[in-house]
Design a protein around this ligand. Structure first.
Ligand code: ADP
Length: 260
């Protein structure tokens, strides 16, 4: 009996150990696949601007440089593609920092309204180009304190407001609202732009996902903005979501711990 008990116990432990090993292996496989896809996605994204730059430079070298009708235009186009490469690489660096856990959150209590006002000021120039008004929802005044890493939340607001300008309606508006939800503050960034069809809603936070590829590329995005936003909010152990009605606009909402 004693022997049987021991054998049972050993068998149970071996089975448990095997199960743990399998779990580790599955995790590793998922991670390896994630890496593989990521590298594939990156090369794909880098290819287009590199290909464009090559095209413009070769055309210039092949004689277009002497043609005053096109030379400046081609150089400007090459520069624009180079700028896109730059944005992609910067965003990739941000993602890599976030994923490696290197980003140390410096949690402090601060006024989220004041931070949003700074972000509005920084983006005022871009908003003007599309005649979009940046405003606070009625009652969203000073005094909403949150506990979070101020600089990474600046990045979150910057990405959300930039998107609302890029995909918002010309002559439209971007409105930020704050809501007290015991323990947390909900921050909403709403635009009255083109909106996001339902079937895309679950994917907009995926890296390099774009609802309308040509429009997004033309407006200069890396396709990584929302995935950076999601990483930052998750690092704060909070949530972010989006609701949208095509033709009427989109609202991105995230929570942060209430500050004091
Ligand atoms: P991008 O650099 O392409 O803007 P993001 O990760 O910031 O990348 O956004 C992913 C996609 O989600 C965008 O390409 C766009 O199709 C869609 N999107 C993001 N924000 C909005 C918005 N406010 N209104 C409509 N579509 C949006």
């Amino acid at each position: 009996d004693v022997r049987e008990n021991i054998i049972d116990e050993v068998e149970k432990q071996v089975a448990e150990w095997a199960e743990q090993q399998q779990e580790e292996l599955d995790k590793y496989k998922a991670w390896a696949e994630y890496r593989r896809n990521f590298v594939g996605d990156i090369s794909h994204e880098l290819k287009t601007p590199i290909f464009n730059i090559q095209g413009y430079l070769h055309t210039l070298l092949d004689g277009a440089l002497e043609d005053p009708n096109v030379n400046t235009t081609f150089l400007k186009k090459a520069a624009k593609n180079l700028e896109r490469l730059h944005i992609i690489v910067e965003d990739l660096e941000a993602i890599s920092r976030l994923e490696s856990g290197e980003l140390m959150l410096e949690i402090q209590s601060f006024d989220i309204h004041a931070l949003a006002a700074e972000v509005f000021e920084d983006l005022e120039f871009k908003a003007k180009q599309r005649n979009i008004t940046l405003e606070f929802k009625d009652g969203a005044s000073q005094g909403f304190k949150v506990q979070a890493d101020r600089e990474s939340i600046r990045q979150v607001l910057t990405n959300l407001v930039s998107n609302s300008i890029k995909y918002g309606e010309e002559n439209g508006r971007t409105r930020i609202g704050f809501y007290d939800m015991d323990g947390n503050i909900l921050i909403e960034v709403a635009d009255n732009g083109l909106g996001i069809p339902k079937k895309h809603l679950n994917h907009v936070f995926d890296r390099f996902y774009r609802v309308d590829k040509s429009r997004s590329r033309e407006r200069g995005g890396s396709g990584l903005g929302l995935s950076i936003v999601k990483h930052i909010i998750e690092a704060h152990k909070q949530t972010i979501n989006v609701r949208s009605t095509p033709g009427l606009g989109s609202t991105f909402g995230f929570t942060l711990k209430k500050g004091s």
